[in-house]
Design a protein around this ligand. Structure first.
Ligand SMILES: Cc1ncc(COP(=O)(O)O)c(C=O)c1O
Length: 399
């Protein structure tokens, strides 16, 4: 047992951190109910877990499987799993409904009979689009705060779901503060945010509980295919709520697994890497990255204890690594936006270059290991004013 947080090894690249004690950490798991609720939503189906033997060969492991969130509820990203469950729970609590889970239709009915409610959030893309989608299904208005640097097609994708978009000249962290202020100023508003800070932790916990559906699906799919638990799951990180769900699922006590969790962040927004290296939750300035969904400067306060103690390793990657991974996944028939392709890019960075043997050992990988990549988003196409466009891919030649 080491004392305090482990330090990066001498031969580790600047964007690498690992924690040998994480695999034996035990956490409180995630709450129940979300998976049954999701299964009752129109259009629900487990997303595919796709075997990619060419990548297994390249990475020197037994199997690589991609959990393909590009088709989740037709929204091209996993985020709706968290939004839908957190909205269900927050509305049930507000309306004083005890018998849950309700169906979306029953929740809509209950909302129509109650006083006005407006769903509010901040987003760098996928979360806001998912909230707008859920609000539309519930017949509720939604207001979504975005940094004004988001590509117009991102904003169109949120508006296309019927939400009001408030674009502000701020970064993601400030957009979150602004949405919280807007919500505080209106008695009708219900803030559904996917990151936590002291005093705002219940809704983000429901978001994380909603993400658990993805991990339960993976377990069932591996079991159905006669495969053992994954040895490693690679998780793109923005504020760390998804990584919290991954850690909580793997380290949930007696029924948990020895699956190691690798976090992957853009090198321009590696707030979890900065925090685990400092041993305390840190905010960092962020700039531009193709990985829009991961462009966050502050880890979720709720995720932080899970990441500090239960995350096995984390790696920071440059934009071009995410771009290349997206192209390679496309060539294998998988639609992958840069934030989703980050999972593959992160495993590649970890397993190549100086010190790769040591990092492979730190991840517990052998030639027989099973690696699951969370492809958290597909290439997202929208029908904006100027015709179809892709909103999570660089247009034209690479910079
Ligand atoms: C596509 C995609 N992948 C991963 C993430 C990271 O999730 P989290 O912010 O919970 O770390 C996000 C966040 O919005 C995202 O949009």
């Amino acid at each position: 047992m080491s004392i305090g947080l482990p330090r990066p090894a001498d031969d580790a690249p600047p964007g690498w951190w690992s924690n040998p004690d994480a695999v034996s950490w035990v956490g409180p798991g995630t709450g129940d109910g979300a998976t049954a609720f999701h299964a009752g939503i129109d259009g629900y189906a487990p997303t595919a877990l796709i075997d990619l033997p060419a990548l297994a060969e390249e990475l020197g492991v037994g199997r690589v499987l991609a959990k393909d969130e590009s088709s989740r509820f037709g929204l091209s990203a996993f985020k709706v799993l968290g939004v839908s469950w957190a909205t269900h729970q927050a509305l049930a609590a507000r309306l004083g409904i005890q018998a849950t889970p309700l169906t979306v239709a029953d929740l809509r009915l209950a909302c129509s009979a109650a006083g006005p409610v407006e769903l509010v959030t901040a987003t760098d893309g996928n979360h806001g689009r998912a909230l707008a989608w859920m609000a539309r299904r519930l017949g509720l208005p939604a207001r979504v705060v975005v940094p004004d640097t988001l590509p117009p097609a991102v904003v169109d994708a949120i508006r296309d779901q019927g939400a009001t978009v408030v674009a502000m000249p701020v970064d993601y962290d400030e957009a979150v503060r602004q949405a919280a202020r807007l919500a505080e100023a209106s008695p009708d508003a219900l803030l559904i945010q996917d990151t936590a800070w002291p005093g705002y932790e219940q809704v983000p916990q429901w978001i994380v509980d909603g993400y658990a559906t993805m991990f339960r699906e993976i377990d069932a799919q591996l079991r159905d295919a006669g495969l053992p638990d994954a040895d490693l799951v690679a998780v793109p990180i923005g504020v760390g709520s998804l990584a919290q769900a991954a850690v909580a699922h793997a380290r949930r006590g007696p029924s948990g697994t020895a699956t190691r969790v690798l976090g992957v962040e853009p090198d321009s927004a590696a707030c979890v890497l900065a925090s685990v290296m400092a041993g305390r939750l840190r905010s960092i300035p962020t700039g531009q990255t193709v990985m829009n969904g991961l462009n966050c400067g502050t880890p979720s306060s709720l995720a932080w204890p899970y990441l500090r103690s239960g995350l096995d390793a984390t790696v920071a990657i440059p934009d071009d690594a995410a771009d290349r991974a997206g192209e390679d996944l496309a060539a294998l028939g998988i639609s992958s936006g840069p934030s989703g392709a980050a999972a593959l890019a992160g495993v590649r960075v970890a397993l190549s270059g100086e010190g790769h043997g040591r990092r492979r050992a730190e991840l517990g990988l052998t030639r027989a290991s099973t690696v699951v990549l969370l492809n958290t988003e597909g290439v997202i196409r929208t029908q904006g004013g100027d015709g179809p466009s892709q909103w999570n891919h660089r247009e034209g030649p690479r910079a």
